[in-house]
Write a protein that binds this ligand. Sequence first.
Ligand code: SF4
Ligand code: SF4
Length: 191
Amino acid sequence: MKPRLTEQQLRKFYRLLSVKMIDFDCGQLCAPKNKGIPLCCENDYVVPILFHEEFKWHRKNSTFWKRMPPKNKTIRKFIDESASYYVFSQCPGPQNCRRTKRSMNCMTFPLEPYVNRDGEIDGLMYVNGTNSTCPLIGKPKKIFNPLYIANSIKVWKELFNAYPEEKETYMDESRKRERQAKRKKKKLRIF
Ligand code: SF4
Ligand code: SF4
């Protein structure tokens, strides 16, 4: 598969996303109720996705990330139906996590871009979920580091230039989330 992201871009994305999203360890909010495992690090249920260039770049330097074997029908279906440029991966788990090895997926969760009808990123929104899937979901904007938010938007913009399909996906998702919010008579929160 032809690479669309350079190593230089990946290094830049990782540097921008390495800024702290919040100033406390949010794993303390969910891990104690989940046998010590943060909910977003549950490799048995949450399948981390890396862009194929990102996976290749990691594999050049270490074996931290491995391809996720399709352990069951659900994971197999998920892989089959997803974009071919994703690599479904597994890490060594939270006990052996290394901050510098986290994927873009790990570093951006639980926020994702809100893309307006003109295809511009207006900000970030929470991923579709509730605070039972991630206790950060629904927390006030003030807990998020403004520098992290600005950096994350920079990353998404550059990523969308390389992967216009991703922009389309988030445009559709943004419309869906607006409809959901409208049905609930709530305003979609944009950071
Ligand atoms: S991002 Fe959410 S699910 Fe992941 S560790 Fe923090 S609170 Fe838990
Ligand atoms: S790399 Fe670290 S943060 Fe990412 S899923 Fe694995 S344990 Fe969690």
